[in-house]
Design a protein around this ligand. Structure first.
Ligand code: 5AD
Length: 427
């Protein structure tokens, strides 16, 4: 939107006239990072008073005017449903020289349709993988989570509009799309009726699967409860749907799952894992874990550790429970100490790492398809790509491989990293 008005992306924040921080509120650490970053930017502004600074995203939504009151260098605070107004607010700020910060955290109907016209890449660079917002909001009300309060109620874009956007991305060279939303498995449940036993989300996957030239479909973030038989079957039926399912379990204890308001049990969850593996034997499964939810006892934590061993995840994101203001869990008794949370986090991480090391070793010698995304800053500046199972593989290649689907043979593996060579095919 800003580019359409003649703005350009600055090579560094020192050269910028406007710096907008997009923020996350899911955990306290993310919020502290954003505040710290804004303090650094305020320093910059000390030397360049005309610099315009703004907060966007979930933290802007939940804290609103308080952010500008605490940090006087801030000119703009725009919440999650109003980001499309940023260009006009900037005009206003530039027009009037100084004055109070503009704060807009209002709701807006139809805001789910405002994330479009993606700017691909930062320097006119060709982008290989694209993101398409399909819905916003969440009404699951997990007791630890702030998202229902920062993102509002669930609302979805129509299937035809999403398919059209995917088509445009493909025309621009994109081969893989990730369908985005706070809770994508709830997609369209208010707006679109089930058809032949298929949920709106599965109908959407089928429609996107039909887009010619598109190679791969991913989605995030889902809820395990959304993995009905129709979605499980989609992994068997839809060739473009990547063999990867993110199934955030959070805990392996039924009492804790109930206290979290997750709506499933450990047994139910493990059955979904089994069903997915039966439908698509190559599927990789990843998860999210919260260590030290209020009231979690040693035995209950042990249930999570045992679930980690039982489920054999390909990847897991492990978080120490973080108190979020105005969520039900924040006021629950028996909050777990920081030290204990750290310790539990470490135990889960070790189980994950030993499992991943074993799985990665098994991949050595196999040939897998990767979509080449570009050159890495790390790993000896090798080129890298992602497998359909969402694993990153580094290889010696050249820029011209970017955007290609390549077969690579896995030659070497560390706990978390895979190295491969381009496999010569058709021989
Ligand atoms: N504390 C710790 N982790 C959290 N998550 C969400 N809210 C919290 C919280 N208050 C984690 C969950 C979720 C992921 C996106 O972030 O594991 O799946």
């Amino acid at each position: 939107m800003l580019r359409a008005r003649g703005y350009d992306i600055a090579p560094s924040e020192r050269d910028a006239d406007v710096v907008l921080l997009n923020t996350c509120s899911v955990r306290d650490l993310a919020e502290r990072k954003a505040v710290g970053k804004m303090n650094l930017l305020a320093h910059l502004k000390g030397r360049k008073p005309e610099l315009v600074l703004g907060y966007m995203g979930c933290m802007a939504q939940s804290r609103g005017a308080a952010l500008a009151e605490k940090q006087s260098a801030v000119n703009l605070v725009v919440g999650t449903q109003r980001f499309h107004r940023v260009p006009e607010y900037l005009d206003e700020i530039f027009a009037r020289d100084g004055g109070d910060a503009i704060v807009d955290v209002a709701e807006e109907s139809g805001s789910e349709s405002t994330i479009k016209d993606h700017v691909l890449g930062t320097n006119g660079d060709r982008q290989v993988a694209g993101f398409v917002s399909i819905m916003q909001g969440c009404e699951m009300y997990c007791t630890f989570c702030i998202v229902p309060y920062t993102r509002g109620s669930e609302r979805s874009r129509p299937i035809a509009e999403i398919v059209e956007e995917v088509r445009r991305l493909v025309e621009e060279g994109v081969k893989e799309v990730t369908l985005l939303g706070q809770i994508v498995t709830s997609y369209g449940r208010k707006e679109i009726r089930k058809k032949n036993g298929k949920s709106a989300f599965v109908q959407l996957l089928e429609a996107v699967n039909e887009v010619k030239g598109l190679e791969r479909i991913r989605f995030t973030a889902p809820h395990p409860k959304g993995f009905g038989d129709d979605l499980v079957q989609a992994y068997a039926d839809l060739p473009k749907l990547c063999e990867h399912a993110h199934l955030p379990v959070q805990s392996g204890s039924n009492r804790i799952l109930k206290a979290m308001n997750r709506g499933y049990t450990r047994e139910w969850y493990l059955r979904i894992v089994d069903k997915l593996r039966a439908a698509q034997p190559k599927i990789a499964i990843s998860t999210d874990i919260i260590a030290g939810f209020p009231g979690e006892t040693e035995e209950e934590f042990e249930q999570t550790a045992s679930l980690m061993r039982d489920a054999q995840f390909d990847q897991a994101y492990i978080f120490k429970y973080s108190k979020r203001q105005d969520t039900p869990a924040a006021d629950m008794p028996d909050q777990v100490s920081e030290k204990e949370k750290e310790c539990r986090n470490q135990v889960i991480l070790e189980i994950l790492n030993s499992g991943m090391a074993r799985m990665n070793q098994k991949l050595i010698g196999q040939t897998v398809e990767i979509l080449v995304e570009g050159r890495s800053e790390k790993a000896g500046k090798r080129m890298f790509g992602r497998t359909r199972t969402n694993k990153i593989v580094f290889f010696d290649g050249s820029e011209r491989h970017k955007g290609e689907l390549l077969p690579v043979r896995i030659e070497r593996a560390t706990t978390i990293t895979l190295y491969g060579d381009i496999a010569i095919h058709n021989l």
